[in-house]
Design a binder for this molecule. Sequence first.
Ligand code: PLP
Length: 494
Amino acid sequence: MNLYYTSTRNSDVRVTASQAILSGLAPDGGLFVPESLPSLDVSFEQLKEMSYQETAYAVMKQFLTDFTEEELKSCIAKAYDSKFDTEEIAPLAKIDDTYYLELFHGATIAFKDMALSILPHLLTVSAGKNKVDKEIVILTATSGDTGKAAMAGFADVKGTRIIVFYPKDGVSRVQELQMVTQKGSNVDVVAIHGNFDHAQSGVKAMFEDKELARELEEAGYQFSSANSINIGRLVPQVVYYVYAYAKLLKYGEIQEGGQIDIVVPTGNFGNILAAYYAKRMGVSVHHLICASNQNKVLFDFFQTGVYDKNREFVLTSSPSMDILISSNLERLIHLIADEDAKKTRAFMERLKTSGSYEITAEMKEKLADFRAGYASEEDTAAAIRAVYEKTGYVMDPHTAVASHVCRSQKEESGSRKCVIASTASPFKFVKSVMDALGKGEEETDELELLPKLENISGVSMPGAVREILHARVLHTTECDADRMEDAVKKILKL
Ligand SMILES: *Cc1c(COP(=O)(O)O)cnc(C)c1O
């Protein structure tokens, strides 16, 4: 059976998976969503014995129905290979009574690799299927991790170019170095004077600009997005939740049908939405717990039903979650509005004009699967310290936000198993981690802390970090937040 995708803002839109992947965003500015959420058609008895790649095929084929078996399997094989430093791809670490689903074993040691290793391949297959002869230009706004993971994924992939925008003072030193040293003849990166929301709004504006689209077309280019709004990002993220559940069964940690909670450190709402899709596909998840840092716009939303981005933007030690507009939430809004595109569109227009909206009581009732919590900067550091002191396990600040929220929900969750999406390696945020452990102070250069973290964690420095220590800086372009279009035109020589 073929699964089609519609827009959250216009129910007349109906496209195939490959078309949705190619466009990124729907023409009306909405997000593509499957017309119905598929179910798993293999049993957990079977899934228990599957490799990551086999699980990926079992899950993704349900969403990407216009890909042939050969096409999809080839994308999966190219993505989940020796770029990952473990054959398990996404190992599940049992620490104390909690499970950490480690999503940071890929090329850039953060969870974005899980989807961005496969997206370029899904995209080039999609281009072939739809007879696209233009060069695909990927525009991406990043709060740090997406940018590098996207550049690494797309570098030197034929028929593509990638331009990444990041907030100049909003990413860690390691993240910035990772980006500005990226090789590849089709890769550009621009530091903007502004925050992540400025970068994201700028990219969205360019996607919606018809005049710019025409200019690009004349020059032989077509925009696409690698941001988490692309369903080619979302679908691969469903895989590891299915995989983790099957692993828990296999190791006898739960019985068939046994329920788990999943806690996800959340920014743009992509990762937790994937967990929700996994639940809808048949994984026994009791609560999806949305963990925010001090930018707790989502926590407030789940408490009150009011989404309000009119608030102070705070820079935290978990910068990939420093977000006030969680784009993927629109997909959940669409679901709880009974897939009414007109209603969804009205909420999103209110968000754009006044910065806030309130969902109806009826819609709120449909959020019963979700819980939310947040961690202050002190809570985050305390979580890193507490888990380290008790178990020797060192986690990054994003994961620590979730770890704190997991603990704070213990009363309600009781003996239910808790799986935490562990989204980055501590080496990527070494300064914050060492500060939390009380070992960061005297050092001036955070890079000097890397070997120290190696010592105290007993984990050797990932190759991805070792690499940047000596790499040459290749990108130095900066621009004001309102000049992003000019930067793109200059890069593409329009
Ligand atoms: C992107 C990111 C997040 C947030 O994920 P969303 O899908 O945007 O909610 C959390 N942690 C890390 C390390 C990230 O890179």
